[in-house]
Design a protein around this ligand. Structure first.
Ligand SMILES: *Cc1c(COP(=O)(O)O)cnc(C)c1O
Length: 405
Protein backbone atom coordinates (compact mmCIF):
# COMPACT_ATOMS: atom_id res chain seq x y z
CA UNK A 1 0.00 0.00 0.00
CA UNK A 2 1.38 3.43 -0.90
CA UNK A 3 1.62 5.85 2.06
CA UNK A 4 -1.33 8.17 2.59
CA UNK A 5 -0.69 11.62 1.01
CA UNK A 6 0.09 14.23 3.64
CA UNK A 7 -2.40 17.06 4.18
CA UNK A 8 0.14 19.38 5.82
CA UNK A 9 2.47 18.96 2.87
CA UNK A 10 -0.28 19.80 0.40
CA UNK A 11 -1.24 22.92 2.39
CA UNK A 12 2.39 24.06 2.52
CA UNK A 13 2.63 23.74 -1.26
CA UNK A 14 -0.60 25.71 -1.78
CA UNK A 15 0.59 28.48 0.55
CA UNK A 16 4.00 28.62 -1.13
CA UNK A 17 2.33 28.92 -4.53
CA UNK A 18 0.15 31.80 -3.33
CA UNK A 19 3.15 33.53 -1.77
CA UNK A 20 5.16 33.09 -4.98
CA UNK A 21 2.33 34.67 -7.02
CA UNK A 22 2.44 37.68 -4.68
CA UNK A 23 -1.12 36.92 -3.54
CA UNK A 24 -0.68 36.09 0.15
CA UNK A 25 -3.08 37.83 2.50
CA UNK A 26 -2.21 39.28 5.92
CA UNK A 27 -4.33 40.50 8.81
CA UNK A 28 -3.46 43.83 10.41
CA UNK A 29 -5.00 45.53 13.43
CA UNK A 30 -6.80 48.73 12.36
CA UNK A 31 -7.71 50.61 15.52
CA UNK A 32 -10.35 53.34 15.55
CA UNK A 33 -9.34 56.93 16.33
CA UNK A 34 -11.69 59.89 16.79
CA UNK A 35 -12.80 61.58 13.58
CA UNK A 36 -13.04 58.34 11.64
CA UNK A 37 -9.26 57.88 11.33
CA UNK A 38 -7.50 54.55 11.85
CA UNK A 39 -4.26 53.65 13.61
CA UNK A 40 -2.51 50.99 11.51
CA UNK A 41 1.04 49.86 12.14
CA UNK A 42 1.80 53.01 14.12
CA UNK A 43 0.45 55.37 11.41
CA UNK A 44 -2.71 57.50 11.41
CA UNK A 45 -4.67 56.82 8.22
CA UNK A 46 -7.99 57.88 6.68
CA UNK A 47 -10.05 54.81 5.80
CA UNK A 48 -11.16 54.73 2.16
CA UNK A 49 -11.81 50.98 1.96
CA UNK A 50 -14.49 50.18 4.55
CA UNK A 51 -18.21 49.68 3.96
CA UNK A 52 -19.49 52.05 6.67
CA UNK A 53 -21.00 54.13 3.86
CA UNK A 54 -23.12 56.39 6.06
CA UNK A 55 -20.66 56.69 8.94
CA UNK A 56 -23.12 55.08 11.35
CA UNK A 57 -20.78 52.52 12.96
CA UNK A 58 -19.71 54.99 15.64
CA UNK A 59 -22.94 57.03 15.81
CA UNK A 60 -23.92 57.97 19.35
CA UNK A 61 -27.50 56.64 18.96
CA UNK A 62 -26.22 53.18 18.09
CA UNK A 63 -23.70 53.13 20.93
CA UNK A 64 -26.37 54.26 23.41
CA UNK A 65 -28.88 51.65 22.20
CA UNK A 66 -26.24 48.91 22.38
CA UNK A 67 -25.03 49.75 25.87
CA UNK A 68 -28.54 50.26 27.29
CA UNK A 69 -29.72 46.92 25.95
CA UNK A 70 -26.57 45.16 27.17
CA UNK A 71 -27.13 46.53 30.68
CA UNK A 72 -30.73 45.30 30.61
CA UNK A 73 -30.26 41.96 28.81
CA UNK A 74 -26.62 40.99 29.15
CA UNK A 75 -24.34 40.17 26.24
CA UNK A 76 -24.85 36.67 24.90
CA UNK A 77 -28.23 35.16 24.06
CA UNK A 78 -27.06 31.71 25.07
CA UNK A 79 -29.19 29.82 22.55
CA UNK A 80 -30.39 29.62 18.96
CA UNK A 81 -33.48 31.55 17.79
CA UNK A 82 -35.57 28.36 17.75
CA UNK A 83 -34.50 27.43 21.28
CA UNK A 84 -34.57 30.33 23.76
CA UNK A 85 -32.31 32.92 22.10
CA UNK A 86 -34.98 34.89 20.22
CA UNK A 87 -35.57 38.12 22.21
CA UNK A 88 -38.12 40.88 21.83
CA UNK A 89 -35.41 43.07 20.27
CA UNK A 90 -34.86 40.49 17.50
CA UNK A 91 -38.57 40.21 16.92
CA UNK A 92 -39.03 43.97 16.70
CA UNK A 93 -36.04 44.33 14.37
CA UNK A 94 -37.39 41.62 12.06
CA UNK A 95 -40.75 43.37 11.89
CA UNK A 96 -39.11 46.73 11.17
CA UNK A 97 -36.89 45.24 8.45
CA UNK A 98 -39.93 43.61 6.80
CA UNK A 99 -41.83 46.89 6.88
CA UNK A 100 -38.86 48.88 5.55
CA UNK A 101 -38.35 46.54 2.60
CA UNK A 102 -42.06 46.00 1.92
CA UNK A 103 -42.02 42.25 2.59
CA UNK A 104 -44.25 40.02 4.71
CA UNK A 105 -41.47 38.72 6.91
CA UNK A 106 -37.76 39.11 7.58
CA UNK A 107 -35.50 36.58 9.37
CA UNK A 108 -32.23 37.55 11.05
CA UNK A 109 -28.91 35.78 10.50
CA UNK A 110 -25.68 36.38 12.40
CA UNK A 111 -23.71 37.33 9.25
CA UNK A 112 -24.35 37.90 5.56
CA UNK A 113 -22.25 34.90 4.64
CA UNK A 114 -24.44 32.71 6.85
CA UNK A 115 -27.62 34.25 5.38
CA UNK A 116 -26.58 33.34 1.83
CA UNK A 117 -25.34 29.88 2.78
CA UNK A 118 -28.48 29.17 4.79
CA UNK A 119 -31.11 30.66 2.50
CA UNK A 120 -29.72 29.06 -0.66
CA UNK A 121 -29.15 25.73 1.05
CA UNK A 122 -32.79 25.77 2.22
CA UNK A 123 -34.48 27.16 -0.90
CA UNK A 124 -32.53 25.05 -3.39
CA UNK A 125 -32.02 21.92 -1.36
CA UNK A 126 -35.07 21.21 0.81
CA UNK A 127 -37.31 18.49 -0.58
CA UNK A 128 -34.88 17.46 -3.33
CA UNK A 129 -34.67 13.83 -4.43
CA UNK A 130 -31.56 12.15 -3.02
CA UNK A 131 -28.90 11.41 -5.62
CA UNK A 132 -30.18 13.98 -8.14
CA UNK A 133 -29.29 17.61 -8.77
CA UNK A 134 -31.36 19.54 -6.24
CA UNK A 135 -32.27 22.48 -8.50
CA UNK A 136 -30.84 24.85 -11.09
CA UNK A 137 -29.09 27.93 -9.70
CA UNK A 138 -28.14 30.59 -12.23
CA UNK A 139 -25.77 33.31 -10.98
CA UNK A 140 -23.83 36.34 -12.20
CA UNK A 141 -20.12 35.52 -12.59
CA UNK A 142 -19.19 38.35 -10.20
CA UNK A 143 -21.55 37.35 -7.39
CA UNK A 144 -20.27 37.31 -3.82
CA UNK A 145 -18.42 34.11 -2.85
CA UNK A 146 -21.10 33.16 -0.31
CA UNK A 147 -23.81 32.97 -3.01
CA UNK A 148 -21.70 30.56 -5.01
CA UNK A 149 -20.90 28.53 -1.89
CA UNK A 150 -24.60 28.44 -0.92
CA UNK A 151 -25.59 26.91 -4.27
CA UNK A 152 -22.85 24.31 -3.92
CA UNK A 153 -23.86 23.52 -0.36
CA UNK A 154 -27.38 22.83 -1.63
CA UNK A 155 -26.13 20.40 -4.28
CA UNK A 156 -27.63 22.59 -7.01
CA UNK A 157 -26.56 22.62 -10.66
CA UNK A 158 -24.70 25.95 -10.73
CA UNK A 159 -24.45 27.96 -13.97
CA UNK A 160 -22.70 31.34 -14.01
CA UNK A 161 -23.49 33.90 -16.73
CA UNK A 162 -21.18 36.71 -17.91
CA UNK A 163 -21.42 39.76 -15.66
CA UNK A 164 -24.69 41.67 -16.06
CA UNK A 165 -25.78 39.66 -19.11
CA UNK A 166 -29.51 39.04 -18.64
CA UNK A 167 -29.89 37.40 -22.08
CA UNK A 168 -27.20 34.85 -21.18
CA UNK A 169 -29.00 34.17 -17.89
CA UNK A 170 -32.21 33.49 -19.83
CA UNK A 171 -30.39 31.06 -22.13
CA UNK A 172 -28.96 29.17 -19.15
CA UNK A 173 -32.44 28.84 -17.64
CA UNK A 174 -33.92 27.72 -20.98
CA UNK A 175 -31.20 25.09 -21.41
CA UNK A 176 -32.42 23.21 -18.30
CA UNK A 177 -36.22 23.42 -18.19
CA UNK A 178 -36.58 20.21 -16.18
CA UNK A 179 -35.27 21.55 -12.86
CA UNK A 180 -36.87 24.05 -10.47
CA UNK A 181 -34.76 27.21 -10.67
CA UNK A 182 -33.49 30.20 -8.72
CA UNK A 183 -31.49 33.13 -10.11
CA UNK A 184 -29.22 34.89 -7.62
CA UNK A 185 -27.46 38.20 -8.11
CA UNK A 186 -25.73 40.89 -6.10
CA UNK A 187 -27.78 44.11 -6.26
CA UNK A 188 -24.63 46.27 -6.16
CA UNK A 189 -21.49 44.30 -7.07
CA UNK A 190 -19.07 44.41 -4.19
CA UNK A 191 -15.78 44.72 -6.11
CA UNK A 192 -17.09 46.71 -9.11
CA UNK A 193 -19.76 48.98 -7.65
CA UNK A 194 -22.13 48.66 -10.60
CA UNK A 195 -25.78 47.65 -10.26
CA UNK A 196 -27.36 44.45 -11.65
CA UNK A 197 -29.93 44.78 -14.48
CA UNK A 198 -32.66 44.10 -11.93
CA UNK A 199 -35.73 44.96 -14.04
CA UNK A 200 -34.56 42.70 -16.89
CA UNK A 201 -33.74 39.87 -14.48
CA UNK A 202 -37.12 40.24 -12.76
CA UNK A 203 -39.01 39.97 -16.02
CA UNK A 204 -37.08 36.98 -17.35
CA UNK A 205 -37.51 35.20 -14.01
CA UNK A 206 -41.25 35.89 -14.04
CA UNK A 207 -41.54 34.42 -17.57
CA UNK A 208 -39.60 31.30 -16.55
CA UNK A 209 -41.14 30.46 -13.16
CA UNK A 210 -37.77 31.19 -11.55
CA UNK A 211 -37.27 32.57 -8.06
CA UNK A 212 -35.19 35.79 -8.10
CA UNK A 213 -32.84 36.28 -5.12
CA UNK A 214 -31.06 39.61 -4.70
CA UNK A 215 -28.17 40.10 -2.25
CA UNK A 216 -28.24 43.83 -1.58
CA UNK A 217 -25.34 44.04 0.89
CA UNK A 218 -24.07 47.27 -0.72
CA UNK A 219 -27.42 48.83 -1.69
CA UNK A 220 -29.28 48.63 1.63
CA UNK A 221 -29.30 51.94 3.46
CA UNK A 222 -27.71 53.78 0.57
CA UNK A 223 -29.92 53.49 -2.51
CA UNK A 224 -33.64 53.98 -3.11
CA UNK A 225 -36.45 55.68 -1.20
CA UNK A 226 -35.80 55.59 2.58
CA UNK A 227 -32.56 53.77 1.74
CA UNK A 228 -34.51 50.56 1.09
CA UNK A 229 -31.93 49.45 -1.46
CA UNK A 230 -31.24 48.79 -5.13
CA UNK A 231 -34.46 46.81 -5.65
CA UNK A 232 -36.61 49.67 -4.36
CA UNK A 233 -34.48 52.13 -6.37
CA UNK A 234 -35.33 50.14 -9.53
CA UNK A 235 -39.04 50.48 -8.69
CA UNK A 236 -39.37 46.74 -8.07
CA UNK A 237 -41.36 45.11 -5.29
CA UNK A 238 -41.76 41.75 -3.61
CA UNK A 239 -43.56 40.23 -6.63
CA UNK A 240 -40.55 41.04 -8.83
CA UNK A 241 -37.89 40.06 -6.30
CA UNK A 242 -39.40 37.40 -4.02
CA UNK A 243 -36.23 36.90 -1.95
CA UNK A 244 -34.23 39.88 -0.72
CA UNK A 245 -31.10 39.57 1.39
CA UNK A 246 -29.48 42.52 3.15
CA UNK A 247 -26.57 42.90 5.53
CA UNK A 248 -26.46 44.99 8.69
CA UNK A 249 -22.67 45.42 8.87
CA UNK A 250 -22.19 47.84 5.98
CA UNK A 251 -24.30 50.99 5.60
CA UNK A 252 -26.21 50.14 8.81
CA UNK A 253 -22.97 50.17 10.75
CA UNK A 254 -23.73 47.11 12.92
CA UNK A 255 -23.28 43.39 12.17
CA UNK A 256 -25.53 40.59 10.96
CA UNK A 257 -27.92 40.14 8.07
CA UNK A 258 -31.49 39.32 7.13
CA UNK A 259 -33.48 37.61 4.42
CA UNK A 260 -36.95 38.96 3.59
CA UNK A 261 -39.82 37.62 1.53
CA UNK A 262 -43.33 36.20 1.71
CA UNK A 263 -44.43 34.08 4.66
CA UNK A 264 -44.07 30.75 2.80
CA UNK A 265 -40.52 31.40 1.62
CA UNK A 266 -39.46 32.67 5.02
CA UNK A 267 -40.96 29.65 6.78
CA UNK A 268 -39.00 27.37 4.42
CA UNK A 269 -35.85 29.19 5.53
CA UNK A 270 -36.69 28.85 9.23
CA UNK A 271 -37.47 25.14 8.78
CA UNK A 272 -34.46 24.16 6.66
CA UNK A 273 -31.60 26.70 6.81
CA UNK A 274 -28.97 24.96 8.92
CA UNK A 275 -26.84 28.13 9.44
CA UNK A 276 -30.00 29.62 11.00
CA UNK A 277 -31.15 26.63 13.03
CA UNK A 278 -27.83 25.53 14.53
CA UNK A 279 -26.25 28.81 15.59
CA UNK A 280 -26.52 31.09 18.63
CA UNK A 281 -28.76 34.11 18.07
CA UNK A 282 -26.91 37.43 17.69
CA UNK A 283 -26.75 39.50 20.90
CA UNK A 284 -30.03 41.28 21.62
CA UNK A 285 -28.03 44.47 22.23
CA UNK A 286 -26.84 44.28 18.65
CA UNK A 287 -30.43 44.01 17.46
CA UNK A 288 -31.24 47.09 19.58
CA UNK A 289 -28.34 49.01 18.00
CA UNK A 290 -29.51 47.94 14.55
CA UNK A 291 -33.02 49.26 15.29
CA UNK A 292 -31.44 52.62 16.13
CA UNK A 293 -29.45 52.49 12.88
CA UNK A 294 -32.57 51.64 10.91
CA UNK A 295 -34.39 54.67 12.35
CA UNK A 296 -31.50 56.92 11.29
CA UNK A 297 -31.35 55.34 7.82
CA UNK A 298 -35.08 55.63 7.16
CA UNK A 299 -35.44 59.23 8.33
CA UNK A 300 -31.99 60.38 7.20
CA UNK A 301 -32.61 63.71 8.91
CA UNK A 302 -28.85 64.33 8.89
CA UNK A 303 -28.73 64.11 5.07
CA UNK A 304 -26.17 61.30 5.05
CA UNK A 305 -27.26 59.77 1.74
CA UNK A 306 -26.93 63.17 0.08
CA UNK A 307 -23.46 63.73 1.58
CA UNK A 308 -22.36 60.31 0.35
CA UNK A 309 -23.69 61.03 -3.16
CA UNK A 310 -21.86 64.40 -3.15
CA UNK A 311 -18.60 62.68 -2.14
CA UNK A 312 -19.03 60.07 -4.88
CA UNK A 313 -19.63 62.81 -7.48
CA UNK A 314 -16.66 64.82 -6.19
CA UNK A 315 -14.35 61.80 -6.32
CA UNK A 316 -15.46 60.79 -9.83
CA UNK A 317 -15.09 64.32 -11.18
CA UNK A 318 -11.60 64.66 -9.71
CA UNK A 319 -10.51 61.19 -10.85
CA UNK A 320 -11.83 61.85 -14.37
CA UNK A 321 -9.88 65.10 -14.53
CA UNK A 322 -6.76 63.17 -13.50
CA UNK A 323 -7.39 60.49 -16.15
CA UNK A 324 -7.54 57.72 -13.54
CA UNK A 325 -8.87 54.26 -14.58
CA UNK A 326 -12.36 54.60 -13.05
CA UNK A 327 -14.96 51.88 -13.56
CA UNK A 328 -18.60 52.45 -14.60
CA UNK A 329 -19.98 52.75 -11.06
CA UNK A 330 -22.41 55.30 -9.63
CA UNK A 331 -22.28 53.88 -6.09
CA UNK A 332 -20.01 54.36 -3.06
CA UNK A 333 -17.69 51.66 -4.46
CA UNK A 334 -15.29 53.41 -6.86
CA UNK A 335 -12.53 50.99 -7.87
CA UNK A 336 -9.49 52.00 -9.90
CA UNK A 337 -8.68 49.09 -12.22
CA UNK A 338 -4.92 48.59 -12.35
CA UNK A 339 -4.65 45.10 -13.87
CA UNK A 340 -1.74 43.27 -12.30
CA UNK A 341 -1.53 42.52 -8.62
CA UNK A 342 1.95 44.04 -8.25
CA UNK A 343 0.83 47.51 -9.43
CA UNK A 344 -2.19 47.42 -7.15
CA UNK A 345 -0.11 46.45 -4.10
CA UNK A 346 2.52 49.11 -4.90
CA UNK A 347 -0.16 51.80 -5.30
CA UNK A 348 -1.81 50.82 -2.00
CA UNK A 349 1.58 51.07 -0.26
CA UNK A 350 2.24 54.55 -1.66
CA UNK A 351 -1.23 55.71 -0.60
CA UNK A 352 -0.58 54.40 2.88
CA UNK A 353 2.64 56.41 3.06
CA UNK A 354 0.52 59.44 2.11
CA UNK A 355 -1.94 58.73 4.97
CA UNK A 356 -4.72 56.76 3.26
CA UNK A 357 -5.94 53.24 3.91
CA UNK A 358 -6.95 51.71 0.56
CA UNK A 359 -6.61 48.00 0.04
CA UNK A 360 -5.42 46.29 -3.15
CA UNK A 361 -7.97 43.68 -4.23
CA UNK A 362 -6.30 40.82 -6.06
CA UNK A 363 -7.21 37.45 -7.55
CA UNK A 364 -8.91 35.18 -6.60
CA UNK A 365 -11.30 37.80 -5.15
CA UNK A 366 -11.36 39.40 -8.63
CA UNK A 367 -10.61 37.73 -12.01
CA UNK A 368 -6.96 37.33 -13.12
CA UNK A 369 -5.68 40.64 -14.51
CA UNK A 370 -8.43 42.49 -12.63
CA UNK A 371 -6.45 43.69 -9.61
CA UNK A 372 -7.65 47.04 -8.39
CA UNK A 373 -7.70 49.63 -5.67
CA UNK A 374 -11.17 49.30 -4.18
CA UNK A 375 -11.82 52.85 -3.04
CA UNK A 376 -15.02 53.40 -1.08
CA UNK A 377 -16.59 56.72 -0.16
CA UNK A 378 -18.55 57.47 2.99
CA UNK A 379 -20.79 60.25 4.24
CA UNK A 380 -18.26 60.50 7.07
CA UNK A 381 -15.53 61.79 4.73
CA UNK A 382 -15.16 65.55 4.56
CA UNK A 383 -14.75 67.17 1.13
CA UNK A 384 -11.21 68.08 2.16
CA UNK A 385 -10.35 64.41 2.80
CA UNK A 386 -11.72 63.39 -0.61
CA UNK A 387 -9.63 66.14 -2.22
CA UNK A 388 -6.57 65.03 -0.26
CA UNK A 389 -7.02 61.46 -1.53
CA UNK A 390 -7.24 62.78 -5.11
CA UNK A 391 -4.04 64.80 -4.56
CA UNK A 392 -2.28 61.66 -3.34
CA UNK A 393 -3.56 59.65 -6.32
CA UNK A 394 -2.26 62.36 -8.66
CA UNK A 395 1.23 61.91 -7.21
CA UNK A 396 1.53 58.12 -7.58
CA UNK A 397 2.25 56.32 -10.86
CA UNK A 398 -0.94 54.66 -12.16
CA UNK A 399 -1.86 53.40 -15.63
CA UNK A 400 -4.10 55.96 -17.35
CA UNK A 401 -6.28 53.50 -19.26
CA UNK A 402 -8.76 51.08 -17.78
CA UNK A 403 -7.63 47.53 -18.47
CA UNK A 404 -10.16 45.19 -20.05
CA UNK A 405 -10.71 42.17 -17.79
C1 LIG B 1 -20.15 41.63 2.60
C2 LIG B 1 -21.03 40.83 1.73
C3 LIG B 1 -21.66 39.69 2.21
C4 LIG B 1 -21.34 39.11 3.57
O1 LIG B 1 -21.88 39.85 4.58
P1 LIG B 1 -21.23 39.74 6.06
O2 LIG B 1 -22.31 40.23 6.94
O3 LIG B 1 -20.02 40.58 6.03
O4 LIG B 1 -20.93 38.29 6.27
C5 LIG B 1 -22.56 39.03 1.39
N1 LIG B 1 -22.80 39.47 0.14
C6 LIG B 1 -22.18 40.55 -0.37
C7 LIG B 1 -22.50 40.99 -1.75
C8 LIG B 1 -21.28 41.26 0.41
O5 LIG B 1 -20.64 42.30 -0.10
Amino acid sequence: MSPRPDLRGRLAAARAQREHAGLSRRVRACDVLPGGRRMVGGRVLTDFCGNDYLGLASHRDLVTALTRAAVAEGVGTGAAHLVSGHRGEHHALEEELAEWTGRERAVLFSTGVMANLGALQALLGAGAMPGREAALCVQDKLNHASLIDGAQLAGAALRRYPHGDAAAAARQLDAQPGLPALLATDGVFSMDGDIAPLAALASLCRERATLLYVDDAHGMGVLGPAGAGSVAAAGLGSKDVPVLMGTLGKALGCAGAFVAGDADIMDAIVQFARPYIYTTAMPAALAAATRAALRLVREDSEGRRERLAANVARFRAGATALGLPLMPSTTAIQPLLLGDAGSAVAAARLLEQAGFLVVAIRPPTVPPGGARLRITLSAAHSEARVDALLDALARIPLPAQAIAV
